[in-house]
Design a protein around this ligand. Structure first.
Ligand SMILES: Cc1cc2nc3c(=O)[nH]c(=O)nc-3n(C[C@H](O)[C@H](O)[C@H](O)COP(=O)(O)OP(=O)(O)OC[C@H]3O[C@@H](n4cnc5c(N)ncnc54)[C@H](O)[C@@H]3O)c2cc1C
Length: 381
């Protein structure tokens, strides 16, 4: 067992950190306030390989490992969790679904454009009446000759407005329950597909989130991704890996919140001392740093299992996502507390970490759902 990162991984961390600090940090507040998805950043993300992190060379990707992927997401989240969420959803949901289940023709068509950032990917599972209970979806796809016709509305879709290609889960056989759900690749601009309401969010405001409406949206037969009826099982497999990404995002966000609090505590004076001299503050810092290390290890372990060929990493992914997101919420909360009143205003980053972090215990399965997944795995042993 070797806990050290390789020289290449250390270099990767430094490069992504430098990019995030130089090219993202100066705009964080502006993008958050305007709720602006930074399309201007997309070409740079593409050049750096951050939009095809685990896509093989053959399809124009950076062919990195799951552990490398964690490092990239962590470093982006340390500076701007909203950008990290978009990068994670693009790579870990839409692109990953096509990579895992696409035919060679589908991969040749979509992966190079996604990896270069010419196309931003979206992924639609959630609907207004089915989030945690995703198999209860109502969006339907009906076969009509050589085509499929989609009707329904997806909610909370990351890149629902700014994306160019979307993987959509839809019911193709209602009687078959979750085994009657199929996945489709739909290109934005297809008649009958329109972005719906843009969500006005608490945090992660630089990441685009909206409804996507399908109204007699006709797609060709070759838009079917994976076999008919395999869309739900496929989506669960995509989420196994996606959750490692959200765990990494949580670790990076917690790291950013912690570093901001540490720095502030070494400058702010009260009662004639810097506040870092008070044991109450030191304990918060010590507990946060320890929890972050523990979350990082759980996250890297899940990535390691994926990299070493585990067919499913369900329990390890859910444990990493559950723990990392919950300790990140605590880290962001303690970060605000250490800043006192200055944690409550936008002049310091603590306030934004505090708003952004809540998504990590909700997106890609709430904490309650992670516990349910873990418990099911434990009881099935
Ligand atoms: C910013 C953002 C981006 C997102 N991006 C995407 C995306 O790109 N694609 C996509 O498909 N979805 C996306 N989502 C949706 C997200 O995955 C869902 O919001 C999440 O799965 C929860 O579903 P819900 O909101 O319907 O909550 P609900 O399922 O209604 O849950 C409400 C509460 O009930 C609890 N609960 C539900 N069932 C159980 C149970 N069996 N046991 C115990 N507690 C339970 C939940 O944990 C939660 O606390 C996004 C959401 C947000 C906020």
């Amino acid at each position: 067992m070797d806990f050290r990162l390789t020289a290449d991984q250390q270099l990767l961390r430094r490069s992504v950190r430098e990019f995030a600090e130089n090219e993202i940090l100066p705009h964080v507040r502006e993008w958050d306030e305007a709720q602006h998805f930074p399309t201007e950043l997309v070409p740079r993300l593409g050049e750096l390989g951050l939009l095809g992190i685990q896509v093989p060379d053959a399809y124009g990707g950076a062919a990195m490992s799951a552990l490398d992927y964690c490092i990239c997401i962590e470093e982006l989240a340390r500076v701007d969790p909203g950008v990290a969420l978009s990068v994670a959803a693009h790579n870990g949901l839409c692109t990953a679904h096509i990579l895992l289940f696409g035919s060679d023709a589908q991969k040749q068509k979509h992966l190079p454009r996604l990896a270069r950032g010419e196309h931003i990917g979206a992924w639609g599972l959630t609907e207004s009446t089915s989030g945690s209970d995703a198999a209860g979806m109502r969006t339907a796809a009906v076969r009509a000759g050589a085509c499929w016709v989609l009707n329904g509305t997806k909610t909370f879709t990351t890149h629902g407005r700014v994306g160019q290609v979307m993987v959509v889960m839809a019911v193709t056989d209602k009687a078959a329950g979750s085994k009657g759900i199929s996945a489709f690749i739909v290109e934005h601009g297809t008649p009958g597909m329109t972005p719906g309401k843009k969500e006005d969010k608490l945090g992660m405001r630089a990441s685009d989130t909206s409804e996507v409406v399908f109204d007699n949206c006709r797609v060709p037969a070759d838009a079917l991704l994976g076999g008919e009826g395999q869309g739900f099982v496929g989506a669960m497999q995509v989420l196994d890996a996606g959750r490692i990404g959200i765990a990494a995002l949580s670790v990076g966000l917690a790291q950013g919140a912690y570093e901001a609090a540490l720095k502030y505590s070494q400058h702010r004076k009260a009662f004639g001392k810097t506040i870092s001299a008070f044991q109450a503050i030191q304990w918060k810092l010590a507990d946060t740093a320890t929890r972050i290390e523990a979350a990082r290890l759980l996250t890297y372990r899940a990535a390691y299992l994926k990299d070493t060929g585990a067919s499913r990493t369900t329990m390890a992914s859910s444990m990493a996502k559950l723990y990392a997101s919950e300790i990140a919420v605590r880290a962001a909360d303690d970060g605000v507390q250490i800043h006192g009143g200055y944690g409550f205003v936008k002049d310091y980053p603590a306030e934004k970490f505090f708003r952004d972090v809540k998504l990590t215990t909700i997106g890609e399965g709430t904490s309650e759902i992670q516990r349910l997944v873990i418990a099911r795995q434990l009881l099935a042993r």
